[in-house]
Design a protein around this ligand. Structure first.
Ligand code: SF4
Length: 339
């Protein structure tokens, strides 16, 4: 019998193509997105990215949570390429966290006791503020050579207890490939925890299929899933149900958000988000100040405003629903709290 009563079926048998079909069917054209949302393409501040730029990618089920006719919808703002992206701003660079110099074939030892594996370049959605929007995935994928470089590095450094699967989005990998990787991690005695950073359960909750749940439940490793949700409107009933199923596997569920101007930079939004997450079995973990990546300056919120927002939020919700306001600073051994 398993912890949550899920059948112990082999993940490769239970791989569902449904989420892959939804990804193939995602919107990749600005004009189509505007048409679905009944917005006038002549009215607004958007551009179609060029072939060599960060393309638009939005699954239709995520679009269905946006308000029609509202160019300021908070979910739309996260995915619609704005004309502001073309402006250059001092301090906003292609590699804001200086990861390129730290990464060795997709393996990053940024912090003591934890290491991060860049598993894939693929994502369920393209977030315009993403700090890896310019990341050179073509030279930085640990999946090349069946993870050999990353696994060798983990075996040689027994201080690393926790392995963070990142990307792109690691849940872009099939259950079979995920299980292969997790099985390799299980053979390394010093590794106790696998942490998955993913936006899939929020954007495409059907990714939480039986195979993935079985994998989370059956591994000997402690499992942590850190989802990425910025606004309460992202969580509908399907998302809530998927998160609750993950929680039932014994996986610790946390959320990290990015503080984004025009998306979630008011206390009502942050309060609704905290309560909606909690209702889905997720604790608000981090609220990140924006990483200064080129093309995202229009999302930046001043530190003074961010601090006031957290102070106001603290008056409204219990302490365990107040995320830590942090900024990632290249070269520091942990994220830097702003409060
Ligand atoms: S899903 Fe995550 S990695 Fe992918 S574009 Fe969005 S923020 Fe970046």
């Amino acid at each position: 019998m398993t912890r949550s009563g899920i059948d112990p079926i082999p993940p490769e048998i239970s791989d569902s193509p449904r989420w892959q079909h939804s990804l193939r069917d995602a919107v990749r054209d600005v004009h189509e997105l505007l048409e679905i949302l009944q917005l006038d393409p002549l009215d607004a501040n958007w551009v179609q990215p060029g072939a060599d730029e960060f393309p638009i990618l939005v699954p239709r089920k995520f679009i269905s949570r946006m308000r029609k006719g509202d160019p300021n919808d908070p979910l739309l703002r996260q995915v619609l390429p704005a004309r502001d992206e073309l402006e250059e701003h001092l301090g906003f660079t292609k590699d804001p966290l200086q990861e390129i110099s730290l990464a060795k074939a997709g393996f990053i030892e940024k912090y003591p006791s934890r290491a991060l594996i860049i598993t894939t370049s693929a994502c369920p959605v393209h977030c315009r503020y993403c700090f890896r929007r310019h990341f050179p995935y073509e030279t930085q994928l640990a999946s090349q050579n069946h993870w050999a470089g990353a696994l060798a590095a983990l075996k040689s450094n027994t201080a690393i207890r926790e392995v963070i699967l990142s990307g792109g989005d690691p849940l872009s990998l099939s259950n079979r490939r995920l299980r292969e990787l997790v099985a390799e991690l299980e053979t390394i005695a010093s590794v106790t925890t696998v942490r998955i950073h993913s936006r899939f359960p929020i954007v495409l909750p059907e990714r939480v299929d039986r195979g993935l749940l079985a994998l989370l439940e059956q591994t000997r490793l402690k499992t942590v899933l850190v989802v990425h949700c910025n606004h309460a409107n992202e969580i509908d009933e399907a998302v809530r149900s998927a998160l609750q199923q993950v929680s039932a596997t014994g996986t610790l569920l946390l959320n990290q958000s990015v503080l984004l101007r025009g998306v979630n930079d008011d206390v009502d939004c942050l309060e609704s988000l905290s309560y909606r997450l909690f209702d889905s079995g997720v604790l608000p973990y981090y609220l990140h100040q924006l990483d200064r990546v080129a093309g995202a300056a229009h999302f930046q919120v001043e530190d003074s405003k961010a601090l006031n927002l957290i102070a106001d939020l603290r008056k409204r919700v219990p302490g365990y629903l107040v995320p830590k306001l942090v900024q990632e600073v290249p070269g520091e051994l942990s994220k830097i709290p702003l409060v």
